[in-house]
Design a protein around this ligand. Structure first.
Ligand code: F6R
Ligand code: MG
Ligand code: MG
Length: 372
């Protein structure tokens, strides 16, 4: 039985109004194209959804990671949606995340974000697809630490024999484009030291140390590093395999019950709480936020994405158990926004995606006098 690959590819190719939400016609066009790809037997199954202004394509296939045909399909979907829907409807920032005119075999480095992993499907393969809007890849660092390294969050680390050896985190240095593998619990303090620096070090993959089984993969695109300037936030996505020797669905969701502070929010230049929401609330409003995250649960069955109600997934954060996190996130939003443009509510100058500071400094330069 050949291995299954699951690919979650996302891009902001325009939204309405402003950077608020993907238009239903964009989703419809993407579904139509992916249905054709199922008929043509390139992919086995798919689910198209959105988180805020990001169009998310979840696909399963047997073509392996970094396959040019599968990446080409995702690229064509984003291009076609841009040309046939976003531009004619004059949606805002049409084609924003497509940073190149030509496709060269892999979407990595061209703008879209991707989380992709290949594995042998287990007897039952529960999987959660996460997608966040108005934030950056480092937003998943804290929850990933809690899921795979914190014994106070993930009971399995303590009481499940196959998890007791812990997990190995692959951490990417976004600035140097290098990675390091760190084993937890042995190297936990080194891990926290790196991934606490959320704007530079991001968790890209997590393996079960016992047998190197892949457990999680997250997107790590940094658009500003690709384009050399701000072109939109790198709203991340990730895939997590669950249960039977991996963290249970409930252990994977638990850290999101704490709406931790992330970078992003208005103009990608502020901090705000990451609010866990159901698909119906996956849209940013107040101060272009607060940043949102959705979690969609499936069971993979020979590559088919089995959800609830036909192909609809379990919309895991829609549950009342996350009401408290949402209330807390609203309180935090209110508190933080009262700071206006004062740090730390506004990011430091090096992390701001928009800034007028250089022009202001240049203009004021002649007026600065030696002090004392
Ligand atoms: C954040 C984001 C929005 C925009 C903001 C201003 O990632 O996409 O908050 O930065 O709406 O957008 P422009 O400059 O396009 O008017
Ligand atoms: Mg946008
Ligand atoms: Mg977005």
């Amino acid at each position: 039985m050949s291995k299954i690959t699951i690919s979650l590819v996302k891009a902001d190719v325009g939204s309405t109004p402003g950077h608020h939400m993907v238009h239903p016609k964009q989703v419809e066009k993407a579904r139509e194209m992916l249905s054709e790809a199922v008929k043509g037997e390139l992919i086995i199954d798919f689910y198209v959804f959105h988180c805020g202004d990001d169009l998310e394509l979840l696909m399963t296939h047997r073509m392996g990671e970094n396959n040019p045909e599968v990446h080409g399909l995702a690229w064509n979907v984003f291009k076609t949606v841009t040309e046939e829907v976003s531009k004619p409807l004059k949606l805002y920032a049409a084609g924003q995340d497509l940073l190149s005119d030509s496709f060269s075999g892999n979407v990595k480095g061209l703008g879209p974000g991707i989380a992709e992993m290949e594995f042998t499907e287990r007897r039952s393969e529960p999987i959660i697809a996460f997608a966040a809007d108005k934030t950056e890849p480092g937003a998943f660092n804290l929850p990933l630490y809690r899921i795979f390294a914190d014994p106070l969050t993930c009971a399995g680390l303590v009481i499940d024999p196959s998890m007791h050896r812990g997990f190995t985190f692959r951490v990417l240095d976004l600035k140097e484009d290098k990675h390091v593998d760190l084993k937890c619990p042995e190297e936990m303090y080194d891990l926290v030291s790196l991934i606490g620096t959320t704007n530079r070090y991001v968790v890209e993959r997590v393996y079960r140390t016992l047998d190197s089984m892949i457990a999680c993969v997250a997107s790590t695109t940094k658009l500003s590093l690709i384009a050399g300037k701000y072109v939109g936030k790198d709203d991340p996505c990730m895939l997590v395999r669950c249960q039977h020797g991996l963290p249970a669905v409930g252990e994977v969701l638990t850290p999101f019950g704490f709406p931790h502070l992330v970078s992003g929010f208005m103009r990608g230049s502020h901090i705000g709480p990451l609010m866990p929401v159901g698909l119906k609330d996956a849209k940013c409003t107040l101060f272009d936020g607060p940043p949102r995250v959705v979690a969609l649960g499936f069971t993979l069955t020979e590559g088919r994405l089995i959800g609830l109600n036909g192909s609809e997934p379990a919309d895991l954060f829609e549950d009342v158990a996350f009401d408290h996190a949402r209330r807390t996130a609203n309180l935090i939003t209110d508190y933080i926004r009262r700071h206006g443009e004062f740090m730390p509510a506004r990011l430091g100058p090096e992390d701001m995606e928009y800034t007028t500071l250089p022009q202001i400094l240049e203009r004021l330069h002649p007026r600065f006098k030696p002090h004392s």
